[in-house]
Write a protein that binds this ligand. Structure first.
Ligand SMILES: Cc1ncc(COP(=O)(O)O)c(C=O)c1O
Length: 404
């Protein structure tokens, strides 16, 4: 890190942090160090490297120079001492849990959670004696027990764009000596830096906005040096979900334009939310930037803008949601998010299909819900596309009404 890097603005850090011309060749772009192992030199140096008495690369499952550049960039953007990269968001979440939790520990989480995380918490971790319990925001402090070790939260939440108060989570965690963890995938460090609000650890599916082009899977965890050393030496080294150097190259390139892309995602999402508001096909528009969002004030206090995700609730359920999805021309019907190109999905039939109906409905994941990951195309074209698809959905709804 350059001496003055800590004071650079977000865009300067996004472009420069972790990256410098290659000192040996002068290569301006960060090289892809596509190597599994590193030459240790003599036996004494090998021993020092393995003992941690000398820093250097030994094996790419633990650290690699291209991956390192991505880690340094993310640490700089989050204002964290250190970051550790993984092969996927789920790899990052699982490794964090395995390296920080012990049998008998409990995770308290504010729902809802991304389905993969929910599966990890409910299906896998209990086999190793770690349990997870969902609590309401207002009950968080009272729900802490002697077994509680971690507070876990996503904000904004997937797919209904709920917002949780980071200050509340940080305060409860510090009062009770717990580890607070935030999945910031939807917000990205451009919009929210949870460590600034007192949170201990922030993690991301880098597959989404960080990579930004829908062509690479990755994950990252950021926090204190001490904790990240533990995550690297236990979670990464022993579990092995290591990010590949060639994918790190793609993620690095993606993050360099994060600020530019996020501005476009946010502006387009706001235009889509405004266009959908009041349309007869739609009964609700979920977007934290709308003044009547139930947590708009909290969102405004911890986000620099309101993100690129919008969810629409159709009056007549699955039929009109399907008519809308099928009428869209610029939004592809696909899961995932954060791509430069717009995506739309129907959570009830895809990402949340396995969630029991009662729970799904309690979280607002109805048959009529469509989630939009608004891309960076021209606002005018996206709005036109959404309008014509909403009109089509309204016509489909009209044909569902009893005639005469
Ligand atoms: C909020 C959130 N966290 C974590 C993940 C998991 O990330 P990955 O697919 O990179 O494993 C996802 C994936 O959709 C997500 O939406």
């Amino acid at each position: 890190m350059r001496d003055d890097e800590r004071h650079d603005g977000f865009a300067t850090r996004a472009v420069h942090a972790g990256q410098a011309p290659d000192p040996r060749t002068g290569a301006h772009a960060t090289p892809i160090h596509q190597t599994s192992t590193f030459v240790l030199g003599d036996v004494a140096r090998g021993e020092r490297l393995f003992a941690g008495d000398e820093s250097g690369y030994v094996y790419s499952r633990i650290a690699n120079p291209t991956v390192r550049a991505f880690e340094e960039k993310l640490a700089a953007l989050e204002g964290a001492e250190e970051a550790v990269a993984f092969a996927s968001g789920m790899g990052a979440i699982a490794a964090l849990c395995l390296s920080t939790l012990r049998s008998g520990d409990e995770i308290l989480f504010l729902g809802p959670l991304y389905g993969g995380t929910r599966g990890l918490f409910h299906d896998l971790l209990p086999r190793f004696g770690v349990t997870a319990r969902r609590v309401d925001d207002d009950d968080l402090a009272a729900a802490v027990t002697p077994q509680t070790r971690m507070l876990y939260v996503e904000t904004p939440t997937n797919p209904t764009l709920g917002i949780h108060d980071l200050r509340l989570v940080a305060d409860v965690a510090s009062t009770h000596g717990l580890l607070s963890v935030v999945d910031g995938t939807f917000a990205t460090p451009y919009l929210t830096r949870p460590l600034e609000h007192g949170i201990d650890v922030v993690l991301h599916s880098a597959t989404k906005y960080l990579g930004g082009h829908g062509d690479a899977l990755g994950g990252v965890v950021a926090g204190s040096q001490e904790l990240m050393d533990e995550v690297r030496l236990e979670g990464l080294r022993h579990v092995g979900a290591a990010l590949s150097p060639s994918i790190a190259f793609l993620l690095l390139r993606g993050v360099r334009t994060l600020h530019l892309r996020m501005r476009a995602h946010c502006a387009n999402a706001r235009a889509i939310a405004d266009a959908a508001l009041g349309h007869p096909a739609v009964s609700a528009v979920h977007y934290p930037g709308l003044p009547d969002h139930p947590r708009h004030a909290v969102a405004a206090s911890q986000m620099d803008d309101f993100g690129g995700m919008v969810a629409l609730e159709f009056v007549h359920g699955r039929e009109s949601a399907a008519a809308f999805l099928e009428a869209l021309t610029l939004f592809d019907h696909a899961v995932s998010l954060g791509d430069v190109s717009s995506l739309a999905c129907h959570p009830a039939s895809t990402t949340h299909q396995v969630v029991e109906e009662e729970l799904r409905l309690a979280d607002g994941v109805t048959e009529g819900l469509v989630r939009l990951s608004v891309g960076i195309e021209d606002e005018r074209d996206l709005v036109r596309d959404v309008r014509q698809a909403l009109d089509r959905a309204a016509r489909a709804e009209a044909s569902l009404l009893p005639s005469g």
